[in-house]
Design a protein around this ligand. Structure first.
Ligand code: AMP
Length: 548
């Protein structure tokens, strides 16, 4: 920037040029924490251990092989893989040469994956063998992809229309001494598409700088409070929202990193926590629910685990208590693909820290405060800025170096005239600065002209001991425009009548918020990123009302 006060060129500092590129994280880990481990769990349950020196070397070889395969600056290289040490090495190998890693979510529908791969113009895909059947459907419709490299082998050979082979074969004979980085820190490093629940998926293109700053800030005490003494379990997938930055933060401090692969059931996650002496873990509420139910059923504890971070969807209050009963501190967080991805973290600050636990609960249940480099505000329908009084509900907007300004391939910026990005979430912000999501804008329930928070209904009912998962939606109503109805799945071994839950809610939410109907489902539908699919619920609701 050259807009100085008097038009003269700025006086530049005399410090070294050191672009904030992501290779610096793994290089630091190799040089200063070389023996700390990356622990990968395989689909068959085996555990594989590599250290940072080895992962650095693996990533270097991948860079060499990519260059030899004709991949260069700015080319997109996709990954279709669970969290593993090979996936991590691929990220560093790709972005180290200035190419862009593009994470594909294997849970998406094939048509969506085809659209995304073609839109991104992916050249090569690093894939887990377990996803070979997806590749067989994908590749005939994605002519730009020239090669498949298997990070882990397929169970049986699958015929593909482009050359494919193992990672070992891909890197064999290639140089392990490439000079990484050396380019502008604003260069693109990673690409992830939004889940496209409304309209087509959109590409969010992270820069080296945005991921670098995000990781640095996430380490600090008032955010994730990570240290080299931690063993960090990243359950949050690398294919969704950058694994919350842990692939950078962890080597940045030389902590051990545990990558769980595809086994995310309660028993497997518990075994990993105990065996690897995990101290910190990150994941979405559904994973934790499965773990907690397993612990209850088996009468087990959580060993060395001290803290979990929960985000991606709203955390039910019971989760806070169930972890606390086992000596584990819970931190709620909120973010999105369009950020790098964390936007708020509910690390407590004074004066909330000084309150007794019972008084802290309403704050702990909020999504939290924005870390440094993120700014946020609430606005009404007309863009008027709303107060931070904890009551006024508005559209949540964010800005900062870790927030997207435009989607890949779209000419228009995704920002308003003042540079704010509309998150699509509806929220309050309290006087202490804690943000609370009340709804997605597209999911709000408007009854008699007033908003009812579906998240608050869900949060209140999930305190009922029989409730496993709750989801509230609005359904059309002739008098009130919309009324809430509630869907529940029950915890194993329980039966219930709808009235129990209405009665339970009577003392917890306003009378006019009480759902008009309660339906039980064996399973509440969730989308590709593990969030409740309210669009599908509306269809189910229509069908149920039809047969009622
Ligand atoms: P995605 O881009 O798929 O990560 O989805 C981002 C959206 O997930 C946000 O805009 C929120 O609507 C929702 N979300 C993420 N974290 C939370 C949370 N802790 N509580 C409630 N909603 C959340």
């Amino acid at each position: 920037m050259t807009n100085t006060q008097n038009g003269a060129p700025p006086m530049l500092g005399l410090m070294q040029e050191w672009p904030l590129t992501l290779d610096k994280f793994i290089e630091h880990a190799k040089r200063w924490h070389g023996k700390r481990e990356i622990i990968s769990r395989r689909a068959d349950g085996r555990i594989e251990r590599r250290n940072y020196m080895q992962v650095y070397d693996d990533a270097m070889h991948i860079s060499g092989a990519l260059l030899a395969a004709g991949i260069g600056t700015g080319d997109r290289v996709a990954t279709l893989a669970m969290n593993s040490v090979e996936h991590l090495a691929a990220w560093y190998g790709i972005s180290g040469i200035g190419a862009v890693y593009h994470t594909l979510n294997p849970r998406l529908f094939l048509d969506q994956l085809v659209y995304i791969v073609n839109h991104a113009d992916d050249r090569l895909i690093f894939a887990d063998g377990m996803f070979a059947p997806i590749l067989a459907g994908l590749l005939p419709r994605c002519p730009g992809v020239r090669r498949i490299v298997y990070l882990t082998p397929p169970a049986e050979p699958v015929i593909l229309p482009v050359p494919s082979g193992s990672l070992e074969d891909f890197v064999a004979g290639h140089d392990g001494t490439y000079a990484w980085g050396m380019f502008d820190e604003h260069s693109a490093a990673g690409l992830c598409y939004t889940s496209g629940t409304t309209g087509l998926p959109k590409g969010v293109l992270y820069s080296h700088r945005s991921n670098f700053l995000h990781a640095l800030i996430s380490i600090s005490p008032d955010v994730l409070n990570l240290s080299s003494a931690d063993t960090i379990l990243a359950i949050v997938p690398m294919f969704h929202a950058n694994a919350w930055g842990l692939a950078y933060a962890t080597p940045g401090i030389g902590a051990n990193l545990v990558l769980p692969g595809p086994r995310l059931d309660g028993a497997s996650v518990h075994e990993l926590i105990i065996k690897e002496k995990v101290t910190f873990a990150a994941g979405v509420p559904t994973v934790w629910l499965a773990l907690l139910d397993y612990l209850d059923a088996q009468g087990l504890d959580l060993g060395t685990l001290k803290r979990v971070i929960i985000g991606g969807s709203a955390m039910p209050e019971t989760m806070l208590h169930r972890f606390r009963d086992r000596g584990v501190e819970v931190t709620h967080a909120w973010g999105m693909t369009e950020m790098s991805p964390m936007g708020t973290v509910c690390a407590l600050t004074p004066p909330v820290t000084d309150m007794p636990f019972e008084e802290q609960i309403p704050y702990r249940m909020k999504q939290g405060r924005p870390p440094f480099t993120i700014d946020m505000r609430l606005v009404d329908e007309d863009g008027k800025v709303l107060p931070h009084d904890g009551q006024t509900v508005g559209h949540l907007q964010v800005r900062g170096p870790g927030v997207t300004k435009a989607y890949l391939g779209e000419a228009d910026h995704a920002l308003d005239a003042e540079g704010w990005f509309d998150t699509g979430d509806i929220a309050t912000i309290c006087p202490y600065g804690y943000m609370q999501i009340t709804d997605r804008a597209k999911d709000v329930i408007k009854s008699g002209g007033e908003w009812i928070s579906s998240l608050e209904i869900e949060s209140a009912v999930s305190m009922h001991p029989k409730v496993a998962l709750a989801a509230a939606i609005g359904v059309p109503h002739p008098k009130w425009a919309e009324r809430p109805v509630l869907f529940l799945t029950l915890r194993p071994g329980h039966e219930a009548e709808p009235e129990e839950f209405i009665e339970f809610l009577t003392t917890r939410i306003a009378k006019w918020w009480l759902p008009d109907a309660v339906y039980f489902l064996d399973e509440i539908p969730v989308g590709a990123t593990g969030k409740v699919d309210k669009k599908k619920l509306r269809v189910i609701c229509g069908e149920m009302a039809g047969v009622a």
